[in-house]
Design a protein around this ligand. Structure first.
Ligand SMILES: [Zn+2]
Length: 233
């Protein structure tokens, strides 16, 4: 299993060397993962220089991918629309008045009728506030269990990334994660916690992750699969 990576600016390439290759090449796959293909003995400096020369092309590719993601439905929510929170489905219902913009009760996500045109924003705010609190608690629980302690935890809009870990030990999570079942959220949290001790996806990284979460590969595969199904909020 190859695990060589190369960072150029904020881009991270997975390097795949092969004795059969004669030239350098790179691909941007569906999920935005970057792969750099190189002849076996290419020095790192040469890879870096070449990747730098392709940086603009990569950004363009990533931008096209972002813009061409399917828009699953027209903007706005209707009564009866499904919203997923922690893997459970809730139906949207508009009520004439209530305290607070969003109420979550058995099977229903209730919003004020007067907020109907801004329902998307209200739901998102609710996800970030209520769910953000939930994620922080969950990080604390797993962090205590594993003895891996981040410096800060933030819930943000990370575009199509689920989480990130900075060199200073700051963990960021995408608020959209909150749609998923808890076991998949746990995978993303654990994935980022392991980055506190292993910044790169090398063999040591995957070994540590497997030590903490033996069925991580299954959760990871499920996350990729679920990402396509749940791409609604
Ligand atoms: Zn990672």
């Amino acid at each position: 299993m190859s695990a060589e990576t190369l960072s150029v600016g904020d881009l991270l390439f997975e390097v795949q060397r092969s004795s059969r290759r004669k030239t350098l090449g790179l691909t941007v796959d569906r999920s935005g993962e970057l792969k750099l293909y190189a002849p076996e003995a290419t020095p790192r400096e040469q890879l870096e220089k070449w990747a730098k020369s392709r940086q603009l092309w990569v950004y363009q590719k990533l931008a096209i991918k972002e813009a061409s993601r399917p828009i699953p439905r027209p903007a706005g929510y209707m009564s009866g629309d499904a919203v997923f929170y922690l893997g459970r489905s809730y139906r949207v219902r508009f009520v004439t008045d209530q305290e607070g913009a969003v109420h979550c009760r058995t099977g229903w996500l209730e919003l004020r009728l007067s907020d109907k045109t801004d329902a998307e924003a209200r739901i998102r705010e609710w996800f970030q506030a209520t769910g953000g609190h939930w994620i922080k608690e969950r990080v604390k629980l797993l962090s205590d269990r594993y003895g891996l302690v981040p410096s800060t935890v933030e819930i943000l809009d990370l575009g199509n990334r689920w989480g990130s870990c900075s060199a200073a030990g700051r963990l960021n999570f995408n608020w959209r994660l909150l749609q998923f079942p808890i076991r998949l959220i746990d995978y993303v949290i654990t994935h980022e916690l392991v980055h506190l001790v292993e910044p790169h996806h090398n063999d040591d990284y995957w070994r540590r992750l497997e030590g903490l979460m033996p069925d991580y590969a299954d959760r990871k595969a499920k996350l990729l699969e679920t990402t396509r199904e749940y791409d609604r909020v």
